[in-house]
Design a protein around this ligand. Sequence first.
Ligand code: ASP
Length: 430
Amino acid sequence: MSQPESITSLETRTRPWWLRIPLTWQILIALVLAIALGIALGAGRPSPANATLITNLAVPAELILKALRALATPLILVAVLHTFMTTDIPGTAGRRLAVLLLTNTTVAICIGLLVANVLRPGTWGALAAPSNTQVTEPSLDPWDLIKDAVPEAILKPLVDNNVIQLIVIALCFGIVLRGLKSEQIAQGKTAYQPVEDFIGIVFEAVIRILNWIIALVPLAVFGIVAKTVAQRGFAPFKSLAAFIVVVLVALALQACYYLTRVYFGSWVSPQKFLIGGADAFLTAFSTSSSTVTMPITFEILQTKIGLRESSASLGALVGANFNNDGTALYEAMSALYISQVLGQHLDLGQQLIVVLTSIVASVGAAGIPNAGLVTMTLVFTSVGLPTQYIALLITVDWFLDRCRTAINVMGDMTVSALLDGKKPRALDEG
Ligand code: ASP
């Protein structure tokens, strides 16, 4: 989802100096300090005298995860409402866009699940179990999910963090509000405006709080890495390294899928797509934010690749609000990885639930750094995986976020190219 524009500049101006150090550097410094502390505390052979201190090192990560879980549902709700209220999606092109987005995201998740099922990164090494881990029985089956799709009360999905019910509510209100707005505009009325403004303000507020929490991520990384090294030494990081490799393989396959679709479904050659899109991919990789990259994506699609403005804006501006294939792939793989680490088998039905919730979770993910971690809590909860394990994933998220953001942007560009069709713009005039 897009981020309201005013936020970044305002927050940058009011930040203290240490927060102006780029987040990646803060995380890398936290990693180094944490490893040093972990070694000082025993590196796998901790002294019993330090047991309480070591356990409590995980407290910042636990608090951050709780806050992320609490924010996930309001974020998805207001983000969907905000997009419906503020973006103009023309009829037929809108339907095509929806089909393309849904297919691409589903393929991304299937690639992620396939790679994770075949390579099984969760079995490559032992990962430390976080404290307070509650493993809930993953007893859900897809039919329960359908039977459970309509909430008993409108606010219940927000309280229960029930992602499917939430999306039903968000879509219903989003579609109705959009319809009411169009009717009012046709009648020359403006009564919809305060509602639109209210949703915009709530959206800004949620994103701003999210930014506070993300600013604390280095602290969580410090605590969790120091605790892990102190208690278990370096063995658990082998497993995380395996996870990184496997996610990269899946993201590379998704990139190949995009190029194949571009080759068969548009006039753009994969080579032109890659060379013309380089600026956008690099910006996405270096900023970890598809929202920040959005203007560049829009620009290069027209100037360097040569797409029509309508296709560029539908894919890179409108589609980008819903389209986070890299995030969806990552969230599904994380769930499967942690289930493998736990030895908690997810059967086909449960993996289907992962597919559905990952689609929703990726739609609700803001286009800002680490946003995937927020909605990932919902995917984990839906199949009964302990969300405490997300704290361990935070330690590698600073890198994987960059990679999945580049794929998110590549996905938006692919949609634009496909919408542009098989006839180049140059032939329109001829
Ligand atoms: N950083 C990603 C983006 O901006 C979202 C995520 O965290 O997955 O697209």
